[in-house]
Design a protein around this ligand. Structure first.
Ligand SMILES: [Zn+2]
Length: 58
């Protein structure tokens, strides 16, 4: 089952949707998105926890 993360669920105003086959893949894409779109060079631990909690089964 695919995993999906809506950027807005992490507390942003962003409607970007990240999809992946695994949580790891979504986390990786989310880190890249955070860097490219939100200028987050490094994702803080509390944001990582939020992202993990916000990942849902598609
Ligand atoms: Zn975003």
């Amino acid at each position: 089952m695919a995993k999906v993360l809506v950027c807005k669920d992490v507390g942003t105003e962003c409607n970007h949707v990240i999809k992946g086959q695994t949580v790891e893949e979504v986390m990786q894409k989310a880190a890249q998105h955070a860097k490219e779109v939100h200028g987050m060079a490094q994702v803080p631990a509390e944001v990582v926890a939020k992202v993990q909690a916000a990942i849902k089964d598609e």
